[in-house]
Design a protein around this ligand. Structure first.
Ligand code: B12
Length: 308
């Protein structure tokens, strides 16, 4: 079976489900050596689960012998921060986490696409899979890998998630050729306050505010600026984000985050935390991580960032 046989149906369902772009790639990652090098240099910091993926990233067919193609979807999240009172939590959470948890939303969309493949073998994953979502998306012609390491689409920028469906259908589609449009621009490199962006379009996680506020456990080792969860700085300054697409409706910023003063979190119990961040990507940082981050922010009064 070949992807072209059902591609118009894939595109139709994807459109109905609010997907911005859909494309197809082989499952081999042409840049997997970059990943192995990144791990060897320790740029994954404490994300040891990533190191376990080297073999699969290098030889995906050993783990997925039946897989002949990856169907890749881009689903936009909100590029705008909603108006909110000063010190509202919504000013301090990265945009991707202002609405519903993307893992569940994209998985629902991939399930709808999966149905089209009938009894054929497929495997869906969002974010947590052992392959590089960005590599597959770039190879599917959906954008280029920018200097900030984001997948960037010429028309739609980078405020979107990537979802992947591995299939046993042969990939007989031709991906669009996409030029690298970063050119001489260095806005992301210049803007990153912790110099986390490396020259080879990857990041040093230990220096990345997103990593520090979400994944890192224990005391913070870098300044996190105004960020309590995640960081958008290298996307905010990207000139390709000038006309972002409308977000998928489930990623509309939640009103509760606009109404909650960030300092309220300092009094939160586990059950308050679980309630506020129900079906939210913020749960990943856990209560202890969020408390640590908010405490770091409230110590920034003298720099005018936040005052109690
Ligand atoms: C670990 C991880 C992180 C880590 C490390 C990030 C990093 N840049 O490596 C941390 C916690 C810091 C992080 C932060 C964020 N993340 Co994250 N993260 C991941 C995860 C799970 C793995 C990424 C990884 O393996 N990194 C190691 C590097 C070496 O691999 P890579 O990024 O895949 O890069 C490959 C391509 O660039 C490829 N490549 C392909 N073609 C080309 C061409 C050229 C010329 C070159 C040089 C390279 C190249 O080479 C690399 C090796 O395969 C992916 C999901 C996944 N399974 O892929 C999400 C993912 C990359 N994250 C995502 C998001 C949204 C974010 C944040 C924006 C969240 C936030 N606001 O805080 C930030 C952005 C920070 C940034 N600038 O990258 C999205 C990115 C969507 C997009 N448009 O690119 C992903 C794809 C999740 C998803 N499914 O939507 N993340």
């Amino acid at each position: 079976m070949k992807l072209s046989q059902l591609w118009s149906e894939v595109e139709r369902v994807a459109r109905e489900e609010g997907v911005l772009h859909v494309g197809a790639s082989d499952i081999n990652d042409e840049h997997s050596s970059l990943f192995a090098e990144w791990i060897a240099r320790g740029h994954h910091a404490s994300m040891s689960y990533l190191a376990k993926n080297i073999a699969t990233r290098t030889h995906p067919h050993e783990r997925f012998p039946w897989a002949k193609s990856a169907v890749v979807i881009l689903v936009p999240y909100s590029a705008d921060r909603p108006p909110a009172p000063e010190h509202a939590l919504s000013h301090h959470i990265a945009r991707y986490a202002l609405g519903d948890d993307y893992h569940e939303v994209l998985d629902r969309i991939l399930r709808k696409l999966e149905v089209l493949f009938g009894e054929e073998k497929t495997w869906r994953y969002v974010d947590t899979g052992p392959l590089s979502d960005r590599s597959l998306a770039a190879q599917a012609g959906l954008g280029w890998i920018g200097k900030n390491s984001m997948l960037i689409h010429e028309e739609h920028g980078s405020w979107f998630f990537i979802g992947v469906l591995l299939t046993s259908f042969e990939n007989d589609l031709t991906a669009a050729t996409v030029a690298d449009r970063c050119g001489a621009c260095t806005r992301c490199l210049d803007a990153c306050p912790t110099n986390a962006i490396l020259e080879n379009r990857t990041l040093d996680s230990a220096r990345c505010i997103s990593y520090a506020t979400i994944e890192h456990r224990g005391p913070l080792e870098i300044e996190i600026e105004h960020n309590a969860f995640g960081c958008d700085i290298c996307n905010e300054v990207c000139p390709w984000n000038h006309t972002p697409p409308a977000p998928h409706p489930t990623f509309a910023p939640r009103d509760e985050y606009r109404a909650t003063p960030i300092t309220d979190l300092l009094r939160y119990t586990q059950s308050d935390f679980s309630r506020l961040f129900r079906k939210s990507a913020v749960k990943r940082a856990k209560l202890a991580g969020m408390l640590r981050n908010v405490e770091a922010l409230t110590g920034m009064d003298d720099r005018g960032m936040l005052s109690e």
